[in-house]
Design a protein around this ligand. Structure first.
Ligand code: SF4
Length: 449
């Protein structure tokens, strides 16, 4: 297995919700296409752009706003610079102008075709973007949205990777490095990040602060908002009511209620298509931000400790992505909320000063109790069960931390690598009905939305 070379800032990305596979990934594909065709010298001028969506991009892309996202990318916007109002304005289907190099064409969400859900592409979530002249295809690029807003494309040349000093592909290898080098986990991940990103330690921490502030802002925005979320379900926001309830004189469970409120808050912002941070995906963008908010605002943990915890949290996500998947379309919700909960549990334990093995134990426990969870969003909207599941994910993360904090190392039985392996196997055996296609589970049993 090759070493992990993913950057912390590829995992934690600021961008619009509600689903990183369905919004951030397709927007990046559209943006890449815009840049790719800028140097084309077409023998004939195209008269049309066609975007074909496959897999769960087709099954649930409408509910997730994939059409708006890919069109915004084609118009030259990136997830980190697009305005939510602009994205919303694309929903009316009015033509904009695609401009790239010598090509200028009208473009709207009407250029997006919802193609086959079942397909034989190497990744289920595939987009074909084409320049056409009538029925003739003048140029085509095949993109894959592989989860967490990451994309690949057909015949992609390998990226030139900087070599990290600490090479690991799973937790066991990372543990051996820490023991041999006599360093703490966040130090290893920080050293790797400076090598992979080519920036200094101070710059890594500055960028981490931007991510942490964006996470907290998403929670704050969600706590202040009220009313129904977009889409036909008519689901009403709950974060503010929970938060207000936590300060009632009889609220004996006030911390637990607030933790739930924070999980709802960022997740409701995601469902509204507002700006969130992939952690590790947009669908699970409520779990880690809720943990961050609670650590800083309720528990008074210092920013320095939280930064260190975030590096460890990222490493847990890398290992899950590298050895299994963080995409609901690949392994079900265990890869999204399950991994987010594991990452949050590791963050909470590490930021609270626990050493490595208890941090691993907390993460393992959180993921273990999400094994087998399916992805079945009702109506294809990242609302039911997703929003409540984010709240459950952060509460379960905190509970895993509490249990791990009294664990005796000698009696510990299950490793993080073993539970990640179990998740990969379970995901492989999971019927595709339960992988973000809205063809099974709650998406079928709750049909009236
Ligand atoms: S059910 Fe889970 S994996 Fe599926 S869209 Fe919702 S949060 Fe994402």
């Amino acid at each position: 297995m090759p070493a992990i070379t993913t950057s912390v800032f590829e995992l934690f990305k600021i961008g619009p919700g509600p689903s990183s596979s369905h919004t951030i990934g397709p927007m990046k594909a559209g943006y890449n296409f815009n840049k790719t065709v800028a140097d084309l010298e077409p023998a004939e001028q195209p008269d049309n752009i066609e975007v074909r969506l496959y897999g769960s991009l087709s099954a649930t892309g409408k509910g997730h706003g994939t059409d708006r996202a890919v069109v915004a990318g084609l118009l030259g916007f990136r997830p980190d610079n697009v305005e939510c109002d602009f994205l919303d304005s694309l929903a009316d289907g009015k033509p904009q102008q695609f401009e790239s190099g010598k090509i200028s064409l009208p473009l709207s969400i009407k250029n997006v075709v919802y193609a086959e859900v079942e397909n034989d592409f190497p990744y289920a979530n595939t987009l074909l973007i084409r320049l056409r002249k009538g029925a003739e295809i003048l140029f085509e690029q095949e993109y894959y949205s592989i989860g967490g807003g990451f994309i690949r494309w057909k015949d992609q040349l390998p990226e030139i990777q900087r070599t990290p000093p600490y090479k690991y592909s799973n937790m066991d290898e990372l543990k051996s490095i820490l023991a041999e080098e006599g360093i703490r986990m966040h130090q290893a991940i920080l050293a790797n990040e400076t090598a992979i990103s080519g920036i200094s330690e101070d710059e890594v921490y500055e960028k981490l602060d931007v991510i942490l502030d964006a996470m907290k802002q998403a929670v704050r925005n969600g706590l202040a908002a009220e009313g129904a979320l977009p889409g036909p379900i008519g689901l009403h926001r709950k974060a503010k009511r929970l938060f207000d309830n936590s300060s009632q004189p009889n609220a004996s469970d006030s911390f637990l209620i607030r933790l739930n409120a924070y999980g709802f808050a960022a997740s409701e912002e995601n469902a509204a298509g507002h700006i969130v941070v992939t952690a590790p995906t947009s669908g699970s963008a409520g779990v880690i931000p809720a943990a961050v908010y609670a650590l800083e605002e309720d528990l008074g943990i210092t920013r320095e400790k939280i930064r260190e915890g975030m590096l460890v949290c990222a490493a847990l996500g890398f290992i899950a992505k590298h050895n299994a998947s963080i995409a609901g379309a690949e392994v079900g919700c265990q890869g999204e909320i399950g991994v987010a909960s594991a990452m949050a549990a590791g963050l909470i334990a590490y930021a609270n000063g626990h050493r490595f093995w208890r941090t691993e134990n907390a993460a393992e426990s959180a993921l273990e109790h999400h094994l087998g969870i399916t992805c079945d969003p009702v109506g294809g909207y990242v609302q039911i069960p997703c929003i409540e599941r984010n709240a459950m994910g952060v509460v379960r993360a905190y509970n895993s931390y509490l249990i791990a904090s009294v664990e005796n190392e000698k009696f510990h039985k299950v490793s993080f690598d073993e539970v990640v392996k179990a998740m990969a196997e379970t995901g492989k055996d999971m019927n595709s009905k339960y992988k973000e296609t809205s063809l099974g589970g709650l998406a079928v049993s709750v049909p009236n939305c």
